[in-house]
Write a protein that binds this ligand. Structure first.
Ligand code: PNS
Length: 156
């Protein structure tokens, strides 16, 4: 049986924490579809096409991973991709409240699709796209926290 997980996020930009979640997801699923959300409420720094390009370039060498952009409900994307599950990473207890609400709401919308959590590697528990953006825009070095392909985008 071909098991597919949707890994949704804003990816503004993708970090090595996200990469770690995808790699862990592939221990459980045959295919991971990364859903890059338009998320206008968050006013992302990078536009949708750029965020999608950074994700695609990160995983270009692995055909078990693909990336798509989406602007509607996550659960509709999951249905469209015939996904068995939604994949999310947990870094710390502070992530739990929001993740719990989202997983419960998504289950209410579609009982058949389960949300599966993996724990981020210890080195990345403090990594977030928000801090990457902030540190990078103030001239700090984030090269060990994001995929190499992201660096030229941050420098621009
Ligand atoms: O990287 P983020 O910002 O934590 O990801 C949030 C995301 C994209 C998973 C969430 O905003 C989302 O699912 N957006 C799609 C719209 C939707 O389905 N909303 C209802 C969620 S219960």
């Amino acid at each position: 049986m071909n098991r597919t997980a949707i890994y949704p996020g804003t990816f503004d930009p993708i970090t090595l924490g996200h990469v770690d979640v995808v790699r862990r997801g592939l221990k459980v699923f045959d295919r991971v579809v990364i859903g890059v959300a338009e998320n206008p409420n968050k006013k992302p720094m990078f536009d949708l096409d750029t965020r999608l390009a950074m994700v695609r370039q990160t995983f270009v060498a692995d055909d078990r991973i693909e990336a798509v952009a989406f602007s509607g409900l996550l659960i509709d994307l999951a249905r469209q991709q015939k996904a068995n599950a939604i994949l999310r990473g947990l870094r710390a207890a502070s992530d739990f409240e929001y993740e719990f609400q989202m997983a419960t709401m998504n289950r209410r919308l579609e009982e058949k699709i389960e949300t599966v959590f993996v724990m981020a590697r210890e080195d990345y528990t403090f990594v977030s796209s928000r801090f990457i953006r902030e540190i990078s825009s103030m001239g700090g070095d984030v090269s060990e926290l994001v995929p190499q392909v992201v660096m030229p985008f941050l420098k621009r």
